[in-house]
Write a protein that binds this ligand. Structure first.
Ligand SMILES: Cc1cc2nc3c(=O)[nH]c(=O)nc-3n(C[C@H](O)[C@H](O)[C@H](O)COP(=O)(O)OP(=O)(O)OC[C@H]3O[C@@H](n4cnc5c(N)ncnc54)[C@H](O)[C@@H]3O)c2cc1C
Length: 306
């Protein structure tokens, strides 16, 4: 085990929009920071990131590469491309151990570990995910506007999706992919809006070069479409926040105040890890806020020590 004895000001675990944004703010605040990232961002499947002012349409990889290039102008920030596997210690001296057995020390921790999507098990979904099947209309609805779509969702989630997708297309069908708990009233509401609902399980998604052509149901029904929206199950990007005592809400998000502070002294969280509003620009904004909160705490501690 290699122990890095330098006590950094902060360790940021996760180098997506949230962690990188925090790194930029802390670098400019002259703090010694490690950004540790294992390189598995939520949106790795997509070709383009949309809705981030000045970066609309760039690939997730290009987004990160521009961010890293700009952060590298601040020499007190270093990047470590490893997984953090455990955290120990307390406010003022946390120890983060990596998958390669190295140990980094930092006064404060910032979890920007994101969330992970668990896809429904449907043959062919992996071929179209991120190319013509998406999870969020704010991210990818514009590209699929006015097109024939299939929404794969269940229950209350299906009804909510139906109402939201209506902002981008009025040609869509709901597939619950098996028996569903939607109430008669909800079904009537969808019927009134001329939205067909199919309960038959999906046999497969037919596509060519990542572009969906039709959704085929177990009973042979074919639903031609050029795009899919579906609701994945979301889980926390890492168990580390919980392992050190951070409280999570029912959605698995770390509970934070407006400056990203958790219930554990010296521990912050930002981005998808700490919200259910999944947008890169929101994650970056939360990272910036958390960095300001964390920096302010360091400054006050330093001030009071003298
Ligand atoms: C298919 C899809 C398309 C999307 N399209 C858009 C879009 O067009 N526009 C938009 O605004 N948003 C989009 N999003 C949402 C967007 O991806 C997220 O809101 C954003 O990535 C959140 O940033 P983050 O920094 O919180 O997390 P992430 O970007 O997920 O980054 C978290 C990082 O932490 C790392 N990590 C986790 N645990 C550890 C650990 N233990 N050690 C080291 N590293 C760790 C991960 O590997 C990852 O690199 C999309 C999401 C999906 C799923």
């Amino acid at each position: 085990m290699t122990k890095h004895t330098q006590l950094h000001d902060a360790m940021i675990i996760g180098g997506g929009p949230a962690g990188l944004s925090a790194g930029l703010v802390l670098g400019r605040a002259r703090k010694h920071v490690v950004i540790m990232d294992e390189g598995r961002p939520r949106n790795h499947v997509t070709r383009e990131t949309h809705g981030f002012l000045t970066r609309d349409g760039v690939s997730p990889a290009e987004f990160r590469s521009i961010a890293r290039e700009q952060i590298q102008a601040y020499p007190s920030v270093r990047f470590v491309e490893e997984s953090a596997v455990s955290v120990a210690g307390s406010d003022g001296d946390f120890q983060v151990t990596t998958s390669q057995g190295k140990v980094y020390r930092a006064k404060k921790l910032l979890f920007a570990v994101g969330k992970k999507d668990r896809l429904p098990v449907i043959e062919g979904l992996g071929d179209v995910y991120g190319k013509s099947a998406f999870v969020c209309p704010y991210c990818d609805g514009w590209e699929l506007r006015d097109q024939p779509l299939v929404v794969i969702a269940k229950g209350e989630g299906a009804v909510h999706f139906a109402k939201v997708i209506a902002g981008w297309s009025d040609r869509y069908t709901i597939c619950t992919n098996g028996p569903d708990e939607m109430t008669a009233e909800q079904r009537e509401d969808l019927k009134r809006h001329n939205i067909p609902v199919y309960d038959t399980p999906i046999r497969l998604i037919d596509s060519s070069n990542g572009l969906v052509q039709q959704v085929v149901l177990e009973d042979g029904t074919r639903l031609p479409c050029t795009g899919i929206f579906f609701a994945p199950q979301l889980v926390t990007g890492s168990d580390l926040p919980a392992s050190i005592g951070c409280q999570l809400n029912e959605a698995g998000s770390v509970i934070v105040d407006s400056f990203g502070k958790t219930n554990v002294p010296g521990v912050y969280s930002a981005g998808d890890a700490a919200t259910e509003m999944y947008q890169a620009i929101v994650a970056a904004s939360m990272g910036s806020m958390a960095a300001a909160g964390l920096n302010s705490e360091l400054l006050m501690e330093n001030w009071n020590r003298k």
